[in-house]
Write a protein of this length. Structure first.
Length: 431
């Protein structure tokens, strides 16, 4: 199997966890390249539900090496809570999980800083300290996991981060809320407990490639939340697009063979920011309940809208998507008709490309194409030929609008509720 990047093409929550889990049986390595425990990947396998936040979705497969790359940010307590939960569920988490010594650590003051900024900016973050951790990284005052293996140097290394945090607190008129001495002890203890798994992940990854093994690169969040390519400033703090796999893993771009884009059969978004195809009203509530559209990490209700062909077409181009997986087709089973946004209108002018200006995007009106619903159950179907004709036509039309072949359709949350479309690039990867 080729080395593949799995990337979300909308605003996140597309179902990447299920697809990574599905593909993992054909690779030897799964590597997560960005984000922290603000991301939630839900995987249902053999009737059991797993909500993964930090750990790569490939952890549910025996014999697969899971890597957490230098592009991630790791909160120690969240990491241990998740690994312990997996062990209690009977999932092996030992030398099959390695974490980059270059990944940055989310520290207590990052939570405090995010709370301060979110109260002022109202971006809609998860308040997990992700943004401030990446800020410290960019400000050259961050702490990396490798630093925890040398505890004697931690007080000095923490000094810059502490000074910055306390300076912000003074400016905001709030009291600092971190016990730095106790923090040093906790970090040192964490480093000692996980000394054997904190390694040079990029070196491990290249050693696996040299053995001829295949790598599945797993992204968190999605392209429209990417720091550079998303709807800035309503974005995450890392490179969530396919290009982030190279940077976030230390993987040469030439070693990436293909990109699999994930999109829902409709569109969702969490938090603030423009959302041209948002449904609103009773229909949105109906789709939200049918699709279980609540955040894996926060349980916040997701905003629901029609499939946005403009936004997804942009993501297909940015990522160089070779094949597209359409998720949650079954959520639309009961609708009489289904809308698809093919372009926008702004100030009387047709807009076919994604605007960089979020104010302009907020003013855009979607131009819809209306397709007939199929009014019959697709949930659990596993052959494309068994889909109602209107559902087949809908899937085909989505591919035409965004300019990418559709290689897979998901008709339910379980690993096996999946249709692989023959003659697609994705089908050849499975061959």
């Amino acid at each position: 199997m080729p080395n593949i990047v799995v990337v979300g093409t909308q605003w996140g929550d597309e179902g990447k966890g299920k697809i990574v889990d599905l593909l993992t049986g054909r690779v030897q390595v799964v590597a997560r390249y960005n984000g922290g425990h603000n991301a939630g990947h839900t995987v249902i396998a053999n009737g059991r539900k797993f909500a993964l936040r930090l750990i790569p979705s490939g952890i549910l497969h025996e014999g697969v090496l899971c890597l957490m790359g230098p592009g991630m940010v790791v909160e120690p307590e969240a990491f241990e809570t998740e690994t312990e939960g997996l062990r209690e569920a009977g999932v092996e988490v030992a030398d099959n999980l390695l974490v980059s010594d270059r990944a940055h650590v989310i520290l207590p003051h990052h939570f405090e800083l995010e709370k301060l900024w979110e109260e002022r900016r109202k971006i809609g973050t998860t308040r997990r300290g992700i943004g401030p951790a990446y800020e410290d990284k960019a400000g050259r005052r961050g702490i990396r996991l490798g630093d925890l293996l040398r505890p004697a140097a931690l007080p000095e290394k923490l000094a810059l981060a502490r000074d910055h945090y306390e300076m912000v607190c003074r400016g905001a008129g709030v009291a600092p809320a971190v016990d730095w001495a106790a923090l040093v002890d906790r970090l040192a203890a964490f480093g000692e407990r996980h000394r054997s798994r904190i390694v040079d992940v990029a070196m491990v990854l290249h050693a696996q490639l040299a053995r001829g093994y295949s790598v599945l690169c797993e992204g968190a969040q999605a392209t429209l939340l990417d720091l550079d390519h998303g709807t800035y400033p309503f974005v995450t703090s890392s490179s969530a697009s396919a290009g982030g796999a190279a940077v976030g893993l230390g993987l040469a771009p030439t070693r990436i063979d293909a990109v699999l884009g994930i999109a829902k059969a409709y569109t969702t978004r969490v938090g603030s920011g423009p959302f041209p195809t948002e449904m609103g009203g009773e229909l949105e509530e109906k789709v939200r309940e049918k699709g279980g559209e609540y955040g894996v990490v926060t349980r916040r209700p997701r905003r629901c809208g029609w499939f946005d062909g403009v936004a997804t077409r942009y993501s297909v181009r940015v990522n160089g998507v070779d094949s597209l997986a359409i998720i949650k087709l079954d959520v639309l089973d009961e609708l009489d008709e289904i809308r698809v946004c093919t372009s926008y209108r702004h100030a009387g002018v047709t807009v076919d490309a994604m605007p960089a200006d979020v104010e302009m995007l907020a003013e855009c009106e979607p131009v819809y194409e209306t397709l007939p619903g199929w009014k019959s159950q697709t949930a659990g179907l596993r052959e494309f030929a068994d889909l109602p004709q209107a559902a087949k036509d809908y899937v085909t039309r989505l591919g035409e609008i965004v300019g990418a072949e559709v290689g897979l359709v998901s008709t339910g949350p379980d690993r096996d509720d999946t249709i692989l479309i023959g003659r697609s690039a994705l089908a050849t990867w499975f061959a």
